[in-house]
Design a protein around this ligand. Sequence first.
Ligand code: SF4
Length: 258
Amino acid sequence: MTGGTRPDGVPAGQPTEDPAYPARTAPDCADLATLDGAVSGCRACPRLVEWRELVASVRRASFASQTYWGRPVPGLGPADARIGVLGLAPAAHGGNRTGRVFTGDRSGDVLFAALYRAGLANQPTSVSADDGLRLVDTRIFAAVRCAPPENKPTPGERDTCAPWLRREVELIAPTLRIVVALGAFAWDAWWPTLSSAYGVVPPRPRPRFAHGALWRGPAGTPALLGCYHVSQQNTFTGRLTDSMLDEVLARAVAIATA
Ligand code: SF4
C-alpha cells in the first residue's frame, strides 16, 4: 500500500495518467506548495509508475513494516533559496520510501551531513519526512521525480518530467544564484531548464560535466557547478570524498553570497 500524505503535510495531488499532465499543470502552479502537491499526483510515465508502486508494494525486507510513499518525490527547501542542488531521481528505497528527496539511503546520509557541515541544514541527518530537518538557503530537487529501475530514466521520461523542474526553478528564480549539479545526468538536464525557465540559449558546444566545473551564464541566471553524484558507487570507492563535497558546497556558498 502506498501513502497519500507525507508526515510533513505535502498532499498527494489528484492522480492523472495523462502524459501531458506535467506540461499542462506545472505552469499554473503559483507557489511551491501547489507545485509539490501537483507533482506528487503525477502518473505521466507508465514505466516509472509501475516501478515505483511495485517497489512500494514488495518493499525491502528491512523496511517491511513501513508504508512506502510510492509516488513522485517533490523538492525540498525554502522558496527563497539561493542555492539549488539538482539530483538525478529518487532512490527506490530512499525517497520513494520516505517521500523526501535523498532521504533514507546512503547517498542522502552523505549529502545531508555535508549540507550540515556547510551550514545549509539544521541537522546532519535526514531519515524521514517528519524528522525536523530544515534546509538553510538551499532547495534540493531532481531532474526526474519518480524512482527509475536501475536509477536510469529514459530520455523520454526525463523530457516528460522537465516541466516540474522548470516551474520549480521559475518559482525560486528571484533568489537562485547557483545550481550544484550532482552528476552528468543533472548537469545535462540543466541546459533545457536554463532555456525554458530563463529564456537563455545554452552555449554550443555545451560545457562538459566535470567535478568542480563551473559555468557562469548571463547576468540574472544562476551559475552551474558540477559535483560527482553522492551515490554509493562514488563515495564507497573514494571517487567523491567528504572533503571534495565540502569544497564544492563552500564554493557554492561563496558564489551565492557574493
Ligand atoms: S517521472 Fe515525472 S513526469 Fe514521470 S510520472 Fe514521475 S513525476 Fe510524472
